[in-house]
Design a protein around this ligand. Sequence first.
Ligand code: ZN
Length: 309
Amino acid sequence: MIDHAIAALADYGVRTGLIEPADRVWAVNRLLEVMGLSDYQEPAEPVREMALEDILRELLDDAAARGVIEDNITSRDLFDTKLMGVLTPRPSQVQARFHSLYAESPWMATEWYYRFSQDTDYIRRYRIAKDVKWVTPTAYGDLDITINLSKPEKDPRAIAAAKAAPQSGYPKCQLCRENEGYAGRMNHPARQNHRIIPVTIDGRDWFLQYSPYVYYNEHCIVFNSCHTPMKIERATFRKLLDFVKLFPHYFVGSNADLPIVGGSILSHDHFQGGHYTFAMEKAPVERAVRFPGFEDVEAHVRDPSTERA
Ligand SMILES: [Zn+2]
């Protein structure tokens, strides 16, 4: 029975292009190793196509029943990520694919990378599907509302405490590049299925990744290769503009470097972007700002409430 689930997961890898048909026997053997199994019988009949969530549940139930893992949500999340890590190509392969698509168009590159980040289960599609989203008209204009049910929000006091706490551990935080391929632990998520894309921002090495919790379409994070605190300053504008030059079909924005107003990881310099048009972008211009000497630059202060007048 469990052989069916292993075959189904290997087939999922081939079907989604994570592995090639030539990798299938190798992948089955690697999955057996992670499952702590040494025997296998390839199913005689082709295995029926199953949803990834169902395949992983079967494998997790089996591993828990045999005592390979403890039966709790954290252990299960660590373990199914280890399984998916078997199917995930190496960083150099992922970067090469991204760059060859980028040479054709940045749009094609991000489209592929977003699908890839879901196929590897780094973005857990079946959890994101539980989020509730809608647009509602208000006196201030249309508002986007999202109720995030796939990840609990952090307490602002916990965020402030984390910023003040001394740097320790490995990786230093959940945004650090050292998360790529990391096995995780009870208080840090597993990332064997996580791959990041190098980009140059303000002349420095940065990386692009998607948020595992996608609050809106193609919710991406662009982050510094160094674990350095967030700071809103003159260079912030150069960094933001460098990003939209690389990905003109994306927007990018920054949380404030203050704990109460949204940023959840202030110890690591990063921005958030994506393929989405927010209400703010559609809001009427309240005031245009001009910069003497830079007449070709337009800046706007937008205020949805001016529509009421
Ligand atoms: Zn960090």
